[in-house]
Design a protein around this ligand. Structure first.
Ligand SMILES: Cc1cc2nc3c(=O)[nH]c(=O)nc-3n(C[C@H](O)[C@H](O)[C@H](O)COP(=O)(O)O)c2cc1C
Ligand SMILES: [Mn+2]
Length: 445
């Protein structure tokens, strides 16, 4: 599906605000967006100073908007993504390459990244960032395609700084290409169908699998790819903008700082560099950006909840649901809801959750009378149902997430709170309840 169709669809459903005033790409645009972060409307900035193309933000900062993009209720989003992954595993549907792709209506072989509408977001950011563009590459050994999102800082008109965390498939591709002394060719796709965006963020898809097949499953037709002009790796045929580039072997240059998903700045350091060889785009593209925060937490939250739930349900009985709360930056903490089948199974569920998603630093396990989507209710369970000496566990020197500053760049302590009620203690843990009355039956002024 076309990105512009998605924007129009949101507009028709009353889920899009239009900023008509001209705004500055540096800080001002993000400053306005921040005031609306998490609301049930995305924002289209129609006029950006010195830029030709509008830009949209906020597509992922509220689950109702996400649901609207897929025509499902917001609460069903995690299960919908989980189901698509299952279908993909059973029947991977490969994308197809088409000629005369719409993303190549305009082709520039003398690329200038500064012509694109790429905002500088947080006040201390090191430059304009592609914060949510989808990168496609091919395994240098097997040729299998990979799709993922990596922040890219504009360093010069044809040069980008890029971040590839440990364990990412793109990083493995790059490291093997670099050992051969070769660059890794990529396309950077901006303004794509949200089904493609989901592929780029899904965990649980192996390095030998082409995750773009998940988009084919979601849309029930093979995803269309474009043949690039200067690199041997495809782009998303219906993308608004496709940047063709190669990540250079043996080169590292300063990248950062960048206000990250953790809510803190990732520091400036020498990181990987991509040289841009071409920029192609639609005749009138709408670009896509995000605020690092709720948008990323929802992306990780909605794709990981279904994955963690199915994994731990296959290992431990009595699991009801899981949630990755925003207060834990989604990536770093998980609440598991369950009814233990025998004493101690709360702790087993905790261990299964840690194993299911390595970035987690914290797992909290609660009974089904706790609303796992209400952090206040969860905090009350920790306070009243977890005897720390017996019910809390610490796992030092474990692999966590690189960007969590509580860890030594990903090496740190995991903590688990088993707040399930001890067997025999049910009476003292019965939540108080009141008569559920219908206020319409009363005369109240
Ligand atoms: C908005 C957003 C930005 C991201 N930025 C980065 C990044 O800069 N570097 C990185 O290594 N991973 C980043 N990620 C995470 C990866 O894109 C994600 O884990 C992906 O599924 C990895 O794909 P892979 O399993 O094919 O390696 C980001 C994810 C999102 C949703
Ligand atoms: Mn992958």
């Amino acid at each position: 599906m076309d990105f512009r169709q998605i924007i129009d669809h949101l507009d028709k459903k009353g889920k899009l605000l239009h900023v008509k005033s001209e705004v500055d790409c540096v800080h001002e645009l993000a400053g306005i967006a921040k005031k609306y972060e998490g609301s049930d409307k995305a924002i289209l900035f129609e006029h950006v100073k010195g830029k030709d193309f509008p830009v949209v933000i906020g597509l992922w900062w509220n689950r109702e908007i996400i649901g609207t993009m897929f025509d499902i209720p917001g609460s069903e989003v995690p299960a919908f993504f989980g189901e698509a992954c299952k279908k993909f595993k059973a029947d991977p549907q490969l994308p197809v390459i088409i000629e005369n792709a719409p993303c190549q209506e305009v082709i520039s072989l003398k690329p200038d990244l500064n012509t694109l509408t790429v905002p500088v977001l947080a006040l201390a950011d090191g430059g304009p960032y592609f914060s949510n563009s989808v990168i496609i590459a091919k395994d240098p050994d097997t040729g299998v395609r990979n799709t993922s999102i990596h922040r890219c800082m504009i360093a010069d008109k044809n040069r980008l700084g890029i971040l590839m965390d440990v364990g990412r498939h793109l990083r493995s591709y790059y490291e093997r290409a670099e050992q051969m002394g070769k660059p890794l060719e990529i396309t950077i796709n901006n303004g794509v169908d949200p089904a493609v965006y989901v592929c780029a963020t899904l965990g649980g898809i192996g390095i030998d699998e082409d995750e773009l097949g998940v988009a084919s499953v979601i849309r029930n037709e093979p995803l269309k790819l474009s043949r690039s002009k200067t690199v041997n790796v495809e782009g998303i045929a219906e993308a608004q903008v496709v940047i063709e580039a190669k990540i250079l072997p043996g080169i590292r240059e300063p990248e950062g700082p960048f206000g990250e998903v953790s809510g803190y700045y990732a520091t400036k350091d020498d990181r990987w560099v991509a040289e841009v060889t071409a920029i192609t785009h639609r005749a009138n593209p709408v670009m896509h950006t995000l605020l690092p925060g709720k948008e990323v937490w929802n992306t990780v939250g909605t794709t990981c909840e279904a994955d963690i739930l199915s994994k731990i349900q296959s290992q431990v009985g009595g699991i009801k649901n899981v949630h990755l709360p925003h207060g834990n930056c989604a990536n770093y903490g998980c609440v598991v809801q369950m009814e233990p089948t025998r004493p101690g199974m709360g702790k087993n569920a905790m261990l299964a959750a840690f194993a299911a998603f390595p970035p987690l630093s914290m797992v909290t396990v609660v009974n089904s009378d706790v609303n796992i989507f209400d952090s206040e209710d969860v905090m009350r369970a920790i306070t009243t149902r977890c005897d720390a000496a017996k019910d809390m566990i610490l796992i030092p020197n474990a692999a966590c997430h690189e960007l969590n500053p509580a860890t030594a760049f990903g090496f740190g302590t995991k903590i688990g709170f088993d707040c399930t009620v001890h067997f025999g203690e049910e009476a003292r843990n019965q939540k108080i309840s009141f008569l559920d009355v219908d206020l319409n039956q009363y005369h109240i002024e």
